[in-house]
Design a protein around this ligand. Structure first.
Ligand code: ATP
Length: 598
């Protein structure tokens, strides 16, 4: 496929405001992709050159991309940067500069000058683009910056205008076509299996490998049978199992009978993969964190007694002087890309291992938890970096209450209760795992992770910051859509408004994004990217919000949505949660049900 053809699809994806149209466009694109190209096309559609969990960043800063554009168009870099700062997007800057040059050239009508470089205009194929971008990513050592710039400039010289617009966005990591993984799976199902509802047949492999390119390639080469056979692979993150909620220890035992109880450590999740001497680590949203956590690499090599293994752990910062674990706000300082060695000295991490999912060539996800914990115990050599999570098996609600109190008094979040005989439900949130946290009377027990969808201009003092209320939503994982739950105006300081404004301005869009479903029309739409943690008093029903609303219920009436009463911002969750990791509609409905039971 020519890269210009792929760019035409990108253009259509970017312009549509409907999710069903996104699926149709993707399905059409995939139908036109050969088995040699489909994997590459998937990664490029995700704005990447490899699956996003691989650390293959192209690694070019804005100024470097601007230099490459300048070289390809024979302009000064300053001119490119000026256009970029005006338009706020490198793709648009490229487009506008191209247009300007074209207009100038068209004034010199019959000069054959334009035809001089026809050779260098040989159309670019998807294959070539991916090869060059990979070469850029792999360039290292002396003169890296110049080499990368010149490789990109050469690509741009050969690209048509549309292709150039998308080409410059990829090295900056902001292709952002607004397609989520479930939408890509829908597109694949529609293209190859005839119907988007057949996505379910691909989901198992997706939960085990997280690699959409691999799934597509296997589907194209070996059909559905091949995809079903895709197993856990060391080096590819398994999608995390998550917790459901129940209102009390009594309800937990009633529903789950005999359970394993572990403290809910309040740090960040790290999935550790050991493959011989190679360690890779992934966050809860499956980003590659290996380079951020050097002490966990050393600890894993020393303590995991297996040739290959995958461990599920929670990492916490530890104060070696006071020998205490630090609160989440401190731990989260370790999620950074700079000064890693120094920060690791001040805030070393410990990882509490609470599950093992693979060992020495064998997937363990279908084994019962009790057996997995036994294997984990035998695999982990006791030392002080990787620590076995404390697990107790109980069936008495009183004991469970004592353990919950004990955890909270130690400054932990609560407890996680797990069904003893349950397999590991990759990517699942069900009653195999349940979390119990401290109850805050009068308020919901738990915060809700919302995605900012837009903002409404305020009146009075706050207009100075350009925002009066945020329109926020949760995620409908079945439909891959963001649906509204609230407008938030309180709980934000002036600084926070400014911060939101700064971030939101970069991702402003002219029309409602295709994956957003809202009745409310805010003053400004933004791409659903910023995740915030929100506390509310209650979940109520509301006809103006789309979370959980249905066009018609069984008696033919319109079913109202769910909304938050007295919502206030607690924190920003960007970095640690992707928009698709926000609270789901299903969870919200479940929280609403629990709240009414209290
Ligand atoms: P929260 O915002 O409450 O952490 P969440 O949506 O991130 O919620 P939950 O499903 O509520 O995730 O809780 C699971 C998270 O708890 C895991 O992702 C993990 O990071 C953390 N955790 C801490 N201790 C454990 C444990 N013993 N077993 C499983 N998960 C644990």
């Amino acid at each position: 496929m020519l890269f210009s053809t792929l760019s035409s699809y990108f253009e259509k994806l970017e312009a549509t405001a409907s999710r069903l149209a996104l699926i149709d466009i993707l399905a059409d694109l995939f139908k036109h992709s050969s088995k040699e190209e489909i994997e590459k096309i998937i990664y490029l559609t995700q704005g990447r050159i490899a699956p996003f969990f691989e650390a293959t960043e192209i690694g070019m800063a804005e100024k470097q991309v601007a230099s490459a554009i300048a070289a390809s168009l024979n302009l000064k870099r300053e001119e490119v940067l000026k256009s970029y700062s005006k338009l706020g997007d490198m793709g648009l800057a490229m487009q506008s500069l191209n247009l300007k040059i074209k207009n100038q050239k068209s004034k010199i009508v019959h000069l054959t000058l334009l035809d001089l470089d026809t050779d260098s205009k040989k159309p670019l194929s998807v294959q070539e683009v991916l090869e060059v971008l990979t070469q850029i990513a792999k360039t290292s050592g002396l003169g890296t910056v110049e080499k990368r710039q010149s490789l990109l400039a050469n690509l741009l010289r050969r690209a048509d205008e549309k292709s150039a617009k998308y080409l410059v966005r990829i090295p900056l990591g902001n292709l952002r076509l607004g397609v989520g993984d479930p939408t890509i799976l829908d597109g694949l199902a529609k293209a190859k299996l005839g119907d988007k509802s057949k996505r379910k047949l691909l989901e198992g492999a997706y939960n085990r490998t997280s690699d959409l390119g691999l799934i597509a390639k296997t589907l194209w080469e070996k059909g559905l049978g091949g995809v079903s056979k895709l197993q856990v692979i060391v080096g590819k993150p398994i999608r995390s199992e998550l917790c459901e909620r129940l209102p009390s220890a009594e309800k937990v035992i009633e529903k789950m009978k005999i359970v394993s109880v572990q403290p809910k450590y309040d740090g960040f999740r790290v999935q550790i993969h050991k493959d011989g001497e190679k360690i890779s680590m992934f966050s809860r949203n499956l980003e590659n964190m290996t380079n951020m956590l050097p002490e966990l690499i050393t600890g894993s090599l020393k303590q995991i007694k297996a040739k290959s293994a995958i461990l599920d752990t929670e990492a916490l910062a530890y104060n070696p002087d006071s020998e205490e674990f630090l609160p989440f706000q401190e731990t989260t300082k370790r999620r950074r890309k700079y000064n890693i060695e120094e920060t690791a000295k001040v805030l070393p991490l410990r990882a509490f291992a609470f599950d093992i999912l693979y060992k020495d060539g064998q997937s363990l996800i279908d084994e019962p938890l009790s057996k997995r914990l036994e294997i984990l115990n035998k695999t982990l050599v006791p030392d002080d970096t990787l620590i076995m999570a404390k697990t107790q098996t109980i069936s008495d609600p009183k004991l469970l209450n004592i353990m919950l109190e004990d955890s909270i008094s130690k400054g932990l979040e609560g407890v996680v209760i797990k069904k003893l005989e349950s397999p590991y439900a990759a990517g699942g949130r069900n009653f195999n795992w349940v979390k119990l946290k401290r109850a805050q009377s009068g308020e919901l027990n738990d915060t809700i992770d919302c995605v900012i969808l837009g903002y409404v201009f305020g009146k009075g003092k706050r207009t100075a910051f350009g925002a009066g209320a945020l329109l926020v939503g949760v995620y409908d994982d079945k439909k891959d859509e963001f649906v509204t739950v609230s407008k938030i105006g309180t709980g934000l300081s002036d600084e926070e408004w400014q911060e939101i404004h700064k971030r939101a301005d970069k991702i402003k869009v002219a029309h409602k994004p295709a994956r957003v479903n809202s009745v409310i029309e805010p003053s400004v739409w933004i791409k659903p990217e910023i995740v915030i943690e929100v506390l509310a008093d209650e979940i109520t029903r509301s006809p103006i919000h789309t979370a959980g609303s249905a066009k018609q219920n069984s008696s033919g009436e319109k079913e109202p949505g769910y909304a938050l009463r007295f919502p206030r911002l607690v924190s920003f969750r960007t970095g640690d949660k992707k928009p698709e990791d926000a609270t789901t509609v299903k969870e919200l409905i479940e929280m609403h049900r629990l709240q009414n039971k209290k």
